[in-house]
Each structure stands twice: as C-alpha cells, then as structure tokens.
Design a protein around this ligand. Structure first.
Ligand code: AMP
Length: 426
C-alpha cells in the first residue's frame, strides 16, 4: 500500500482444488461408506499407499506416451534431489505395493480398493479438477474374463444403489502384445493419410503411439478418427475369445452395454478388456468411471507374471449424479445459564455423549432465550435446559423441538426418552 501499512492479504485455494465444506462432506462420507461396504461385499479389502511416489513409477506404468505423463503430472524435486510425483492415478501405486510386499505369496485374495485424492494438471472446468477423488478397485492374479464382467457388475450395482440414472456402459478390447502391433501399423498408416488435418498433438502421436489419437479432446480429430481401422477387427484368437466370453458374462448378468472400438482409455498399460461408464446427458466430462485389464504391468515393474484388472470411479462426478435421501441430523443442544449450570452442562454432555448422543454446547454467554433461538436455528432435535433449580432437583427439562413438547427427568430418564426418539422418526 502507498502509505506503507500492510493489508493482510487473503490466500485462496489453488485453482482446480476445491474445499469440501461440512454440509457437502456429510454427503461424501455417506457415499464413501456405501462404496466401502459395497466393495467389501465382493471380497475387496482396503489398501492405502502414499500420495506421492517416485516419478518413474508413473512414467513406466501410466506410460511415456500418455497425456497424463506428458502434460498432467505434478512433479517436483524434494530436498534430497529425488524426482517425486503426486499420484495422477492409483493403479501403478497398488501394483508397486503388491510387488514390494509380495502380497501374491499370501493366502488372501488379491482384491483391493482405495479411496482418495489424485492430482492432474489439466484445464480446470466443471467436472474436471486438479485435485479430484477416486474410488479405485483392483484385482490381481485372475485372468478369467468372468472377473472383468464381475467388476462391471460391481460398478453397475454400486451406481444403482446410489440411484445414478442415465448411464451408458461402453466396452472394448485393446488386444495384447501379440495382436496390437499389427493394428498399430494399420492405424499409423491410416492416420498418416490425414496428417495435415490432425492437431499438432495428434501429428506427434502418429509417430509415438497412434492409439493415443483416440484420447484427443479436439472435435475435428475425433471425427477423422471415426474412419480409422477398428481394433476389434484385429484381435488375435485369444483376445477375441476373451472379449467374447466377457460380453457373454455381461449378458448373463443382464447388463446392457455398447461395444466402442475407440475406447482405448488414455493409459499405456491396458491389455484386452477396457470399459467406461458414461453419463448420457452430459456432453463433456461425461465419464463417471473407467477401467480395464493390465496383464503385463506387474511383470513390467519387476514382479511375477500376474494379470490384473481394475477401475477408477470419479467421486466428484459420482456425487453430481447420485440420488441420496435426505438424512435428518439428530442432536441435543445444551442450554445453560451461569457458571455452575455451565459446569453441570459439560458433565451432562459427557454423560450423553458416552451413550452415543451427539451434543452441542456453545460457550458464548448468551441468555436462555437466545440459546433456545440458536437451538432452533442450528436444527437441534432436543434442547436440554440446565439451570440452578434443575441442578438442585437433579431433574432437567428437555424440549423436543419437532413436537414442541417439554418434559423433565433425571439424566437417565431423559437418555431413554432421547434414545426412543432417535429410533423413532428419522
Ligand atoms: P481415468 O482413469 O482418467 O479415466 O479416470 C477415471 C475417472 O476419474 C473418470 O471417469 C472421472 O470420473 C474421474 N476423473 C479423471 N480425471 C478427473 C479430473 N481431472 N477431475 C475430476 N474427475 C476426474
């Protein structure tokens, strides 16, 4: 400032990174709890890995030709001179942990889930953030296409439990190291004929990995790509059989899907099955979840020959379409006046909380009437009034805010009244 005094400067959250405020966090907790219990129904157990990893993990895993590695990683050098990256996706971390802890030698099934933040330096817009959250599910060591179908069914039933409507399931096979090179050659040849019309990024992709052209977000490139050869026409007998059986199991489940040969999923490690759940009513950022098989990644990371498959569900996008019932919060507001009642209220709150009743005390020296007003404003279910008379009698008055009824009793009597009320209307 010109007069030399310093104004406190407000520091805001970083663009593309959002605060999740308490009202919203409540909804997050419910969705996360439901997702957790759903994953556990299928035998998945939680695994937690660090938020940052050695940069080479993603370079080797997610892949040198993926947009994530080329443009979107939050990479920094730590004080020890090591290049670290905030995880842009979860699969490489889980694969690393499976190998590092030799989890494949243990009897437990290699079925893992995880929930947490991911980081990508992408252009922030609705549905696309730089810090976002995923629920992630991975299975290792099972090559049967029935697992591929089971994962799609798991995702489908989770979204149904969350009352998500208007979802289209896209499936594809991206082949394997035997059949994909032949397809890539054909794709490159075809893309070469349209080189001048493609964006500079896609022109580069013709040379590095033409498969990545399908990930381009430029409309005109996607239109051109419509005419490119389809990978499903180039699958080797093993991949074609896997894809056929996968689809057969989906039919057995009665799950409807569409085969989308352009679904290559932006990441280099996929083999055979890929799938995505998209919202039919959104034109952009319409994918809620995506995943696929990655049979070579564990070996590529120096581990044993373990096939694997997984998917990641975007929680911000899921929350934007989930249909959850309202839940009424139930809590007791403690109103008190004076020092002794305050101390008694603190002791009573300890008693009620020990019995699982949520209590709110506010230490703002307000009159009883003002406290009753606050209780109504913050949506308390009951108000307990603690005054000197009540302390003397050992009986307190409790007001039910919904019915307006007021009664009195000892703390034990009031506790059973509150418990009965908690079980009743919700
Ligand atoms: P991906 O592996 O990139 O397909 O990501 C899996 C899911 O995570 C997507 O289907 C989205 O729901 C979600 N997702 C990916 N990137 C972002 C982002 N930048 N912001 C919000 N959600 C994202």
């Amino acid at each position: 400032m010109s007069d030399g005094t310093r104004e406190p400067r407000q520091v805001s959250a970083i663009k593309g990174a959002k605060d999740i405020l308490p009202g919203e966090a409540r909804v997050w907790q419910r969705v996360e709890a439901l997702a957790r219990s759903h994953f556990e129904l299928y035998g998945f157990r939680e695994i937690r890995t660090p938020v940052f990893e050695a940069t080479e993990l993603f370079q080797k895993g997610t892949g040198e030709t993926s947009d994530i590695v080329i443009k979107e990683m939050y990479t920094f050098t730590d004080k020890g001179g090591r290049s670290l990256t905030l995880r842009p996706e979860y699969t490489p971390s889980v694969a690393r942990a499976v190998i590092e802890h030799r989890l494949y030698l243990q009897p437990e099934p290699l079925r893992f889930y995880f929930m947490g933040p991911m980081f990508r330096y992408d252009k922030p817009q609705k549905g696309r953030y730089r810090q976002f959250h995923q629920a992630d599910v991975e299975v290792f060591g099972e090559n049967d296409p029935a697992v591929d179908a089971e994962l799609v069914e798991l995702a489908d039933s989770l979204l149904a439990r969350l009352r998500v409507k208007g979802i289209l399931i896209l499936v594809n096979s991206v082949g394997c190291s035997k059949c994909r090179p032949g397809y890539i050659r054909e794709l490159r040849r075809s893309a070469e004929t349209s080189r001048d019309k493609l964006c500079p990024d896609c022109r580069r992709k013709i040379d590095t990995n033409p498969l990545r052209i399908f990930d381009c977000k430029v409309e005109s490139c996607l239109l051109i790509a419509e005419a490119f050869p389809k990978i499903t026409d180039y699958l080797c007998p093993e991949c074609a059989e896997h894809f056929g059986r996968f689809r057969g199991y989906l039919d057995d489940y009665g799950i409807r899907y569409r085969v989308e040969p352009k679904l290559v999923r932006g990441i280099d490690y996929y083999t055979k099955t890929t799938f995505e759940f998209v919202m039919t009513h959104a034109s952009q950022q319409n994918a809620v979840l995506g995943g696929g098989r990655y049979d070579n990644l564990v070996q590529q990371f120096g581990g044993p020959d373990l096939g694997a498959i997984g998917f990641a569900l975007g929680l911000e996008r899921l929350l934007s379409v989930a249909g959850l019932d309202e839940v009424q919060e139930k809590f007791l507001y403690m109103a008190f006046l004076g020092d002794e009642p305050k101390r008694k209220a603190m002791a009573l709150a300890r008693f009620f909380r020990n019995h699982g009743v949520e209590c709110l005390l506010e230490f703002k020296d307000k009159g009883l009437k003002a406290q009753m007003g606050r209780a109504a404003k913050v949506g308390a279910s009951w108000v307990l009034i603690v005054g000197e008379d009540e302390i003397r009698k050992g009986r307190y008055s409790l007001k039910d805010m919904a019915s307006g009824e007021q009664g009195e009793g000892t703390e034990e009597e009031l506790l059973s009244r509150i418990m009965a009320g908690s079980r009743g209307h919700s």
